[in-house]
Design a protein around this ligand. Structure first.
Ligand SMILES: *Cc1c(COP(=O)(O)O)cnc(C)c1O
Length: 477
């Protein structure tokens, strides 16, 4: 008998695996179907290895040793498959509203609101007073109107959808006037000219990249004009010899010509950011007060809530938007409405907002507090990672992110890690360290700058969690 034939005999049968005491526990956890499938797959891989006379991944000096290894491998595979692809990470990038990391973290009130309706029937589109079909916007409309001074409100999946829907409702087959300085592209391929095309609106650029005057808009108005649009230049700023038209002037020009006006605010905040030591950002209220008919803004940027796009303003225009069949395709679900309503409620009590809204807690966190956290972490971090990197505390700058207040940075404090590496290996060591951080049980995402790894501590809430993760990291080296 050849050597490989003997190895085939060492392999357990599917039945033996499934009936073993160790696997009973796995079946209990993950179900018999998946465990049977893993067993079959692993066996066929091992058979292929034996047939190809390749080194077996498992010990094959005895049937029992191989069986032990087999069970270990099976356990790992079953565990790996049960980990969600979408999972929490530690955002130490210093960008607070990080689109790739899920933007705003929800407050406890929003999570409770989601939980309270998630496993129940609810009056999403049911008018309890009248006992008939209702409107899902009704749960948010009054609250947004109260907070912003708008006459009417509708909510869709995100702000990109809000802009698309508003343009299509108000200006399909018509032209939309917009300043050349505001033809923005924001991340994820949202470009105003492309959105305009998708909405079947015709883009008419007015003014120049750096200067646009009211007369540029006025001269461009003709019988085809459907809307005057302003777009918040979220992720860049035009500096130097510049001129833009204020919302109030644009709104007045629109009214004189019996045209609607709209502002896409992007971030859209409801509070005076300067009151929290942050750079100024136009509020939704102030833009509506200036006379602009409609504003659109995101739910998960500066508002600090779930992903959503809010359209607020003049009732007749909002009614038009609600009647557009596209609204049906872009509407929000009950979980979003529950979370958004809870977040908006918090704005009724501005005094406690910073305590309750994670976004504001992080953005307005005092530098002194972050510095204390860094100094407290430093000795333990050095002890754990001293053989991997040299570590020091540095001053750095956080960003708000998601295009809000693009040029403004907020002072912060970070742990700076310089990997210890042989000559010529520092690039590799840096990449390896960052990769190891991303593969921890709670992945840590950091910023890399100038050959160093920067852990901005602004968004770190649990010192203990970070130390646990650094302990886990240390065991990898
Ligand atoms: C972020 C942004 C959008 C898109 O908002 P989402 O909520 O990401 O869809 C649109 N316009 C401006 C100006 C923005 O800043």
């Amino acid at each position: 008998m050849s050597e490989s034939n003997e190895k085939f005999r060492l392999l357990p049968s599917v039945d033996r695996v499934l009936q073993s005491a160790e696997v009973a526990r796995l079946i209990d956890l993950y179900g018999v179907g998946p465990i049977k499938a893993h067993t079959r797959k692993l066996l066929s891989e091992l058979r292929a290895q034996i047939a190809a006379d390749r080194l077996l991944a498992l010990r094959c000096d005895s049937e029992e040793a191989l069986f032990d290894d087999f069970i270990k491998q099976l356990t790992l595979r079953a565990q790996a498959q049960s980990v969600s692809s979408l999972r929490p990470v530690l955002n130490l990038t210093g960008t607070v509203v990080h689109t790739n990391l899920g933007r705003a973290q929800l407050p406890a009130e929003a999570i409770a609101a989601i939980a309270s309706i998630a496993d129940q029937a609810c009056n999403l589109e049911y008018d309890l007073q009248q006992g008939r079909r209702g409107d899902r916007d009704s749960h948010l409309e009054q609250l947004v109107c109260e907070l912003t001074g708008a006459e009417a409100v509708t909510v869709v999946n995100n702000n990109a959808a809000a802009v698309l829907l508003a343009l299509n409702s108000l200006a399909a087959q018509k032209s939309v006037l917009i300043s050349r300085g505001e033809l923005v592209e924001i991340g994820g391929s949202f470009r105003i000219p492309d959105v305009m095309r998708s909405a079947h609106a015709r883009l008419v650029e007015v003014g120049t990249t750096n200067r646009t005057h009211l007369s540029d808009y006025a001269n461009a108005i003709d019988k085809d004009t459907g809307l005057l649009l302003k777009v918040h230049t979220s992720n860049y700023a035009v500096q130097g010899f510049t001129a833009t038209v204020a919302e109030a002037e644009l709104a007045q020009l629109a009214r004189q010509n019996e045209l609607p006006s709209m502002a896409d605010l992007g971030s859209g905040t409801l509070i005076d950011m300067t009151a929290y030591g942050l750079p100024p950002e136009p509020t939704v209220q102030s833009i509506l007060e200036s006379g602009i008919d409609l504003v659109t803004f995101s739910g998960d940027k500066l508002l600090g809530g779930p992903q959503a796009g809010i359209i607020a303003g003049k009732k007749s225009l909002v009614e038009l938007i609600k009647r557009n069949p596209l609204k049906r395709a872009l509407r929000v679900d009950k979980l979003t409405i529950a979370a958004l309503e809870a977040v908006l409620r918090l704005y009724r009590d501005p005094d406690r907002l910073q305590k309750r809204l994670p976004l504001l807690r992080d953005l307005a966190r005092p530098v002194a507090e972050i510095e204390m956290l860094a100094e407290s972490l430093l000795p333990m971090a050095r002890k754990l990672l001293g053989h991997i990197a040299t570590i020091r505390v540095i001053s750095t700058h956080s960003q708000i992110g998601s295009g809000a207040l693009p040029l403004e940075v907020i002072p912060s404090v970070a742990l700076e890690l310089t990997p210890i590496a042989e000559k010529g290996q520092s690039d590799f060591a840096l990449k390896e360290l960052a990769q190891n951080l991303r593969s921890l049980s709670r992945p840590i995402v950091v910023r890399i700058h100038d050959g160093k790894l920067i852990m901005d501590l602004r968004c770190l809430q649990s010192e203990e969690l970070l130390l646990d993760l650094l302990t886990e990291l240390a065991t990898r080296y």
